[in-house]
Design a protein around this ligand. Structure first.
Ligand code: ZN
Ligand code: ZN
Length: 139
């Protein structure tokens, strides 16, 4: 009996932590990595271990409740309720800008159609310098 209660309590705690991660992602318009989420949760008094954050993110993503972009070194997570967009990432300051362009979208559809390929999704990430950082470089 005590064992069952402990298991149930552990499950409730895990669900609450997952909910806290989801709430945090949904509350902001930004692209989080796991460390930033863990730090922000602990700043707000909810200490969630990094392993739990990774597991929670994987579960939420698999359920389609959050989106991710895969970068060279890590994944970043964002709200799933935004319309489709791609990303430009500054390799100097880490700024992430979103964009959507119908020409790119339709070009991808025609390339796939030509190849007989059925698209289930795509990610386009451009790396480079943002406006601020490229101005800094010109000085
Ligand atoms: Zn920059
Ligand atoms: Zn985004």
């Amino acid at each position: 009996m005590i064992m069952i209660i402990i298991i149930i309590l552990a499950m409730i705690k895990l669900t609450a932590q997952r909910q806290a991660i989801l709430d945090l992602i949904n509350a902001f318009d930004r692209h989080w990595d796991a460390d930033e989420l863990a730090r922000s949760l602990s700043d707000s008094g909810q200490s969630v271990g990094i392993a739990t954050v990774y597991r929670g993110l994987a579960t939420l993503e698999a359920a389609g409740m959050i989106d991710s972009i895969q970068l060279a070194d890590k994944k970043r997570y964002e709200r799933a309720d935004k319309s489709h967009h791609d990303h430009m990432i500054c390799t100097s300051c880490g700024d992430i800008e979103e964009f959507a362009h119908e020409t790119i979208e339709s070009l991808q559809r025609s390339i796939a159609a030509e190849k007989g390929f059925t698209i289930s999704g795509h990610q386009l990430v451009m790396f480079g310098l943002c406006r601020k950082c490229s101005k800094g470089k010109q000085k």
